[in-house]
Design a protein around this ligand. Structure first.
Ligand SMILES: *Cc1c(COP(=O)(O)O)cnc(C)c1O
Length: 361
């Protein structure tokens, strides 16, 4: 059998593992921060009509500028943003890959703060960008001073900040973003995949965009919009940044079906985003219930919760899976992450947690 070692693979890809969150069929899937609520029937019908209307024209390439979709996304974001400041792709992962293709690459570096989103270093690897693993405080916090000191030390071409941060869940103080922007010699990317779930009073980095052409805010429809399968991510930035990603994007990268489906979903955003409040309630309930059981829990502005298991986290992860509850081992010793979903899913998670705690006692 041919193995990877038999192929003339790039040296920097040898021995590396692909992204691989387990996709297991279990009753309670709380491991990839999807929205647990299925798309409501009214939106299913609207997306179906929008996709249907495109089918006859599939002999033609789609609008490679995705102009109508970008206008809709700009309108959704507010902050006075215009379509020229917005760019869309197949998930915010593709957006971030395009940013690294344009602003990173061989001979260049990207800095992120660990623990952070596991895809950022993988996207750096794929684009030949040297990844620098920055540090957070012992409580996973990141102060402006700590972040700025690391930017000063490494002089990265791209800085990734994730707010609310995955896997810890906590949003950044706006002062961290402005301090990093002031010090960074290159681009500063704020990954706001979970912005819609932030606790009240958490400002978006979108408010910092005016006057900061090296700032990029990335968003996604994968989480709050319950549209992970639709694959739609986007960015907001100076129009010059949008011009830069044009240099590296594949022509017609966003299919006509994706554009139509995303526009229909956006048109029904009130219905889709109605689940956000319910999910935030479950998130707060998980935080409170785990703390009531004496566990240490990170403050969460997202649709997931990171909690301390102590010891080997793989043991409780397995016990939960035996009970049909799949959560995420993010590779952080002594910690596990659980997605907030429906009330019934929280019930199942908490009773599995109790089974683990009983076994441990
Ligand atoms: C889930 C997630 C994304 C979403 O990626 P898509 O490609 O848009 O599905 C982006 N960033 C972070 C930090 C995430 O957790």
């Amino acid at each position: 059998m041919t193995t990877l070692d038999d192929l003339p693979l790039r040296d920097d890809l040898r021995g590396r593992s692909p992204y691989g969150a387990p996709q297991v069929e279990v009753p309670v899937r709380l491991n990839t921060n999807e929205n647990s609520y299925p798309v409501p029937e009214s939106v299913v019908a609207a997306v179906g009509r929008a996709v249907q209307a495109e089918l006859r024209d599939l002999n033609r390439y789609p609008d490679r500028e995705a102009a109508a979709l970008r206008a809709d996304l700009a309108e959704y974001l507010g902050h006075g943003l215009r379509a020229e400041q917005v760019w869309a792709a197949n998930g915010s992962n593709e957006i971030q890959q395009q940013l690294l293709q344009a602003f990173g690459g061989p001979g260049r570096t990207a800095l992120g703060f660990t623990p952070g989103y596991s895809m950022h270093p993988l996207l750096a690897l794929g684009t030949g960008t040297t990844w620098v693993d920055g540090r957070r405080g012992a409580d996973f916090g990141l102060t402006a001073e700590h972040a700025v000191a690391q930017v000063r030390e490494h002089r990265p071409d791209v800085v990734f900040l994730c707010s609310p941060n995955n896997p810890t869940g906590t949003a950044l103080e706006p002062a961290v973003i402005t301090a990093v922007l002031a010090e960074a010699p290159g681009m500063v990317v704020i990954d706001e995949a979970y912005a819609e779930f932030a606790r009240p009073g958490t400002p978006s980095a979108l408010s910092v965009l005016p006057g900061h052409p090296r700032l990029v805010v990335t968003r996604t429809m994968s989480k709050a919009f319950a549209f992970a399968g639709g694959r739609l991510g986007y960015l907001a930035a100076d129009p010059a940044v949008v011009a830069a990603v044009h240099l590296v994007r594949l022509p017609y990268h966003l299919s006509a079906l994706t554009q139509a489906a995303a526009r229909a979903a956006l048109a029904h955003r009130d219905t889709l985003l109605a689940t956000v409040e319910a999910i935030k309630q479950e998130r707060d309930r998980i935080v409170a219930e785990l703390r009531r059981r004496g566990l240490t829990v990170a403050a969460s502005d997202a649709n997931f919760v990171l909690f301390e298991t102590g010891g080997d986290q793989r043991e409780p992860w397995r016990i939960l899976l035996e009970r049909g509850v799949l959560i995420r081992d993010v590779g952080l010793a002594g910690w596990l992450r659980v997605t907030a979903g429906t009330p019934a899913e929280t019930d199942a998670f908490l009773s599995a947690i109790d089974a683990w705690l009983e076994r441990k006692a």
